[in-house]
Design a protein around this ligand. Structure first.
Ligand code: NAD
Ligand code: GLY
Length: 356
């Protein structure tokens, strides 16, 4: 098992990464110090792993809420259903909300934990690569609105993250690739050596070679834990983790959360951000080409899906959380490992990048 910590003073918490962690009843039970727990999961994950978690919590009063799989379920209606499940459980302030699943489950359950009685204990048991390397760490919780991704939410840190890498054995290939997009992002924004390591390990990662996967998760978590400890509420540096996301979120919203998945949209978004950086004279074209080549080898999309109008995407991007006073603020880069926040990006240049 590998472990790192998100250093937030009294709210410091561990991120544990290892195989078969969900089989350790003592460890799972210790995550619930109170008498009650609500386990939130989805219709793909629950049949595979819910029983293990329930068995470990046998002495507690537990309930569960299972939502249908998919980004379209990360909405306000499902959010109120999780709250209703907490009410049915009779959840008091010492309840623990457990997210067992991918980022959709984690973001939704986390927002419910942030809101129930103004905030209760929350534990992340991520089962997708994307959730293990990114969404389970850092305390961003949210649901989507038809107007945009993650527009309603809260910062609410988990008390622990337990990533059982054995669960990745059942993860569909498309979802594995989506997680790799966020791993590439870590190298692209701040770690050129890690990016080069990924170029060397692409095939090992695609066949889920355990050492390569564990290293990719651990490295990504270490990087993110450091960023979150320094800038929990995204006043500065944390925004760099959104490389490719302003484009990606616009794509996801425009496709009504039923087209590209999050990792795929981020992959396209990173290529667009890199190309825009080149067009603005901020970064070498060769680095954009290296990024595109790696994403391509990992089987991720690198061009906009057909049928999306650049003008409409640009309008969506104006509602991004990083925009200030109606001006686009984007995460661009100087090249591999050197992302930066850029304000007042000219919309004509963005449109040009969207038009390819
Ligand atoms: P997801 O939660 O939709 O999971 C992807 C699919 O895999 C689902 O169909 C799910 O049922 C299935 N699945 C999950 N684990 C499985 C397993 N072990 N075996 C078989 N099937 C499994 O998607 P995701 O990619 O995990 O997360 C995407 C979400 O995360 C987006 O909503 C995104 O906005 C959010 N996100 C949040 C943060 C954050 O900091 N909070 C960061 C990145 C992404
Ligand atoms: N995924 C971006 C962040 O957590 O800040």
């Amino acid at each position: 098992m590998r472990e790192c910590f998100v250093e937030l003073g009294a709210r410091r918490y561990p991120v544990r990464i290892g195989t078969n962690l969900l089989d350790d009843a003592a460890v799972l039970s210790a995550l619930v110090p109170g008498r009650q727990a609500l386990i939130v999961s989805d219709g793909n994950v629950a049949p595979l792993y819910l029983a293990k978690v329930q068995a470990a919590l046998a002495g507690k009063t537990t309930g569960h809420f299972i939502l249908p799989p998919g980004e379209q379920e990360k909405n306000l209606a499902r959010f109120s259903e999780v709250l209703a499940a907490l009410a049915v459980l009779g959840a008091s302030r010492d309840v623990t909300v457990i997210a067992l699943g991918g980022g959709v489950v984690g973001d939704l359950a986390g927002f419910a934990a942030a809101s129930w009685m103004r905030g209760v204990r929350f534990v992340q048991l991520p089962t997708t690569l994307l959730a293990m390397v990114d969404s389970s760490v850092g305390g961003k919780t949210a649901v989507d609105l038809p107007a945009g991704k993650n527009l309603v939410g809260a910062f609410h840190q988990p008390s622990a993250v337990l990533a059982d890498t054995a669960t990745l054995a059942t993860l569909p290939m498309r979802e594995l690739r989506a997680g790799l997009a966020e791993v590439v992002k870590i190298g692209a924004i701040g770690d050129a050596a890690f990016f080069a390591w990924l170029e060397g390990q692409a095939e090992a990662l695609l066949v889920r070679e355990p050492e390569a996967i564990a290293e990719a998760i651990f490295h990504s978590c270490m990087h993110k834990a450091g960023v979150v400890a320094r800038d929990e509420t995204e006043q500065g540096e944390r925004a760099l983790l959104n490389f490719g996301h302003t484009f990606g979120h616009a794509i996801e919203t425009e496709q009504e959360f039923g087209g590209l998945n999050h990792g795929e949209a981020v992959a396209v978004g990173m290529v667009l951000a890199a190309r825009l950086s080149t067009a603005l004279g901020r970064a070498p074209q060769a680095d954009a080409e290296r990024l595109e080549a790696l994403l391509d080898r990992l089987g991720l999309p690198t061009v906009l899906p057909a049928g999306l109008a650049p003008e409409t995407l640009l309008a969506r991007m104006r509602l991004d959380k990083k925009a200030v006073s109606g001006q686009l603020r984007l995460i661009l880069w100087r090249g591999i490992g050197r992302a930066e926040i850029v304000a007042n990006v000219p919309e004509t240049a963005v449109l040009q990048a969207l038009r390819g």
